[in-house]
Design a protein around this ligand. Sequence first.
Ligand code: CP
Ligand code: NVA
Length: 311
Amino acid sequence: MKTKHLISAGDFETDDLTAIFDIAARIKEKPLAHSSMFSGKAMGLIFEKPSTRTWVSFEVGFSTMGGHAIYLGPSDIKLGVREELRDVARVLGRYLDVIVMRTFSHKRILDFARYFGKPVVNGLSDLEHPCQVIGDFFTMRKLFGGFSGKRVAFVGDGNNVLNSLLLVAARLGIRFAFASPKRFMPNQQILERARNIASKTGGKIIMTNQPEKAVKGADIVYTDVWFSMGEEVTAEKRAAFQGFQVNRVLLKQAAQNVRVMHCLPAHRGEEITNEVVEGKESIVFEQAENRLHVQKAILIYLMGMTNKLAS
Ligand code: CP
Ligand code: NVA
């Protein structure tokens, strides 16, 4: 294990990701054989934003493996308001074995990790969403049996989900094309880091402002909301995204057996049509389910418990 935390999707190298996928597959196949792995362990969930999938899948995953999970919402500990973050982190480090954090500022998670002393998992920040994306590549690996020759495309906002997709796609050596409007491109440093990683893994990052180009021949078309949690909805941004909707017309450019992915929640009629979410191409609910299995694997891996897996 090379990392203690999962804060950026880039924290995991290729062999870490492969190990996580393998653990997740074993647990998905035999969940009951692992039902007491986290016995005597406690996990905190500090969430400053709403959540359905991340909260419930982490809490259910940890409890059904014998651990105790405690949710700490925005009005509970009032992180940084009632008490300084570094004090909360040092206190919680004495009660908990691992923490999942969902914050606005990415730096807040990095700061917390400096003082907590145990594994910290990013459950979404304004910069990244690593658990989502690792789960999504697990879903793709299951679907294709591997990534060789597969084309993955993203159409939409250059925000947290795309940032993390870039890093994991690069690590896995995948051909990854994305289309975002000029003013809504992904984080420049992450893009450069992903390109640098891809140059070593045989991956390819293709950047465009034209959705049809990104989607051409794609086996996967992925999208995310235009307005993320906590973001102001503006007419200017909506206008910039005209032509960036994932719909049946756009999907005609993709490979014949294209599958459509979305991290959810979806805003039907904006970044994706109802027809596509409900259509035969959609694997959005498989994605959501796999969050559960993959996050169990991430926790096992970060807590150094892989030797305790059932055979
Ligand atoms: N995809 C995802 O992270 O969903 P939630 O915001 O519901 O956790
Ligand atoms: N970009 C979205 C992802 C939600 C899972 C957001 O941050 O709201």
